[in-house]
Design a protein around this ligand. Structure first.
Ligand code: ATP
Length: 310
């Protein structure tokens, strides 16, 4: 089962809620940079055996793959153990939701393996307990996420384009980034609608513009509507990310932006050859800095499903 990374086309932070979480409005998109989660049954015992992972996401009980398998075992009262191999390709703590996608892929794989018959809604609500980003990764494609990021509405698919992903050799802690944003510039909480939908999200945010852009199906309109409120924190902490954004545009990207809470910087183009040549140049220019440079293309919902159930 392939677990695709997510990028943010938009990220609006509306403010802090009474429960301490931030009220966000985001347009998210899956791309074809993937981890691979392989599951099998072990009828001899009931334990979860996890192998693989990486130095930053070791195969222990804290891994989201392990925690998801334990949740499935408990909810479905599985009489058997499971063996899981995690092949990690998505950088960790990068704003690409790799751990969240691994969790979603693990639940989908176990649902399939044990014929549990759980639908997307059921999986999304169980996975929301493990992290706000995870429900989106059950469906993938292009979606609006509101609340803490767990309330989803599918959107018209974004036009296909290519992304150059550049991950510097440091991480950005999502909770720390939100904390700094609060200290700086968040407006007082507004009376948000109880349930946000594509129809009632705030007009002035990036996401409302992105919804209009997606309806036109135009790549240029999507580029124009992109924006991420968390950039003002992460880019100030790491000025080299500003330089990286400028460099991507100088090398020919149509636009550059940070994904999620960062620090991964995304460069956009609608031509594959151009994406690969820019990636090569940026890799060469940042050789001594230990940046990781990857190329991916947008993955629509149907395609994501094809990739996932193999
Ligand atoms: P988001 O965009 O949701 O903030 P992220 O890209 O910043 O996600 P992840 O890579 O999903 O962050 O991981 C965040 C934390 O989760 C890491 O610090 C890591 O220790 C932990 N983690 C647990 N399991 C995994 C996993 N399978 N893959 C990656 N990280 C994991």
């Amino acid at each position: 089962m392939q677990a695709p990374a997510k990028i943010n086309l938009t990220l609006d932070v509306l403010g802090r809620r009474a429960d301490g979480y931030h009220q966000v409005v985001m347009v998210m998109q899956t791309v074809d940079l993937v981890d691979v989660v392989t599951v099998s049954v072990n009828r001899n015992h009931q334990t979860i055996l996890l192998q693989g992972g990486s130095e930053e996401a070791p195969p222990d009980q804290t891994n989201l793959v392990y925690r998801t398998a334990a949740l499935v075992q408990e909810q479905a009262q599985l009489p058997y153990g499971v063996e899981i191999e995690l092949d990690k390709q998505i950088p960790v703590a990068a704003g690409l939701a790799g751990g969240s996608s691994d969790a979603a892929a693990t639940m989908k794989a176990l649902n399939h393996l044990f014929s549990l018959g759980w639908d997307d809604k059921k999986m999304e609500s169980l996975l929301a307990r493990l992290g706000s980003d995870i429900p989106f990764l059950v469906r993938g494609g292009t979606a609006l996420a509101t609340g803490r990021g767990e309330a989803l509405h599918s959107l018209p698919a974004a036009p296909a384009f290519w992304v150059i992903l550049v991950k510097p050799p440091f991480g950005a802690s999502t909770p720390q980034v939100y904390k700094a944003l609060k200290a700086k510039s968040l407006p007082e909480p507004l009376p948000w609608p109880e349930e946000m939908t594509p129809e009632n999200i705030p007009e002035e945010g990036y996401s409302a513009n992105m919804l209009k852009a997606l309806r036109t199906g135009s790549y240029q309109a999507v580029l124009d509507a992109m924006g991420n409120d968390l950039e003002k924190v992460t880019l100030e902490w790491f000025p080299e990310l500003k330089v990286l954004k400028e460099k991507l545009v100088c090398l020919g990207c149509d636009r550059a932006m940070m994904s999620g809470s960062g620090p991964t910087i995304l460069g956009f183009t609608d031509e594959e050859a151009k994406a690969r040549s820019i990636a090569e140049k940026i890799a060469k220019e940042t050789e001594t800095l230990n940046y990781r440079v990857m190329v991916a293309r947008t993955l629509g919902r149907e395609e994501a499903d094809e990739w996932i159930v193999d």
